[in-house]
Design a protein. Structure first.
Length: 260
């Protein structure tokens, strides 16, 4: 079957996550599939990352399998004409017919935006923290997450017993940018709510309520589960990489908040 690689951006505020569900009509995958079927007839769409309700994507990757061939540029234009304003295909190309967006991915990159001031324009894209945060403490703590660790304490309790909690984090950094603190993490894969729980713990470090050493001590199978979870509003799936690709975008806001 002809297979296409799609790169998609979306604002997740109005949606119940990426994955189509039978009784939940407002999903990103569901909208894409309905639009693609109007253009191509019967087809299949699968994504690289199952973003949760309210989470955004700057570059989600999906495979689209159909029964007929169409010029990729024309295909993306026709599907975009049928999509809501907050979902958009930004690139499309013909892929190997065996290409699978999730199974073939080498790494995923997530970016979380923490606002240090109230913002009227960027509220759907940040987590506003009223307390003063020590950015240097957060920046020193973030790299401690790099490496191969058991992230059981930073995952949702509802994960299945047989699911591995081991994740290889290849990059983790935090910087200040205007009135934002940006937290970027790249890994082979992510556990359910892992990035949001890590963000919440880093915020506690910034508040002075926890230390980097306490965070590092939680990286183990027997560590107590971290309860606070950052809201989905500040989280973006920033990139997905495949064999032969690298991600080198400067660490900068996806939706900026200008310092006043």
């Amino acid at each position: 079957m002809p297979t296409y690689k799609l790169t998609i951006e979306y604002e997740g505020t109005r949606y119940s996550g990426w994955q189509a569900q039978g009784n939940t009509p407002k999903t990103i995958q569901g909208h894409l599939l309905r639009a693609a079927m109007q253009v191509l007839g019967d087809c299949e769409i699968g994504g690289a990352g199952r973003t949760d309700s309210g989470v955004h994507a700057a570059a989600q990757v999906a495979h689209l399998r159909a029964h007929k061939s169409v010029d990729p540029l024309l295909l993306s234009r026709k599907i975009n004409d049928l999509l809501p304003h907050d979902i958009s295909i930004v690139a499309a190309s013909r892929a190997n017919d065996r290409f699978h967006a999730r199974h073939d991915a080498i790494s995923r990159v997530y970016l979380y935006q923490i606002a240090t001031r109230r913002t009227a324009f960027a509220k759907p894209f940040v987590w506003w923290i009223k307390d003063r945060l020590d950015v240097k403490s957060i920046a020193r703590a973030a790299p401690l997450l790099e490496g191969r660790h058991d992230f059981s304490a930073f995952s949702d309790k509802r994960l299945k017993e047989e699911e591995s909690r081991i994740v290889v984090v290849t990059r983790c950094q935090a910087v200040a940018s205007g009135d934002l603190i940006l937290f970027r993490i790249e890994a082979s894969h992510f556990l359910w709510k892992m990035v949001r729980k890590l963000t919440a713990f880093l915020v506690e470090i910034g508040r002075g309520n926890a230390t980097a050493e306490e965070m590092a001590a939680r990286l183990g199978a027997n560590a107590a589960n971290v309860e606070p979870t950052a809201p989905p509003s500040g989280l973006f799936l920033e990139a997905v990489t495949y064999r032969g690709e690298t991600f080198d975008r400067p660490l900068e806001p996806i939706v900026p908040v200008i310092r006043r």
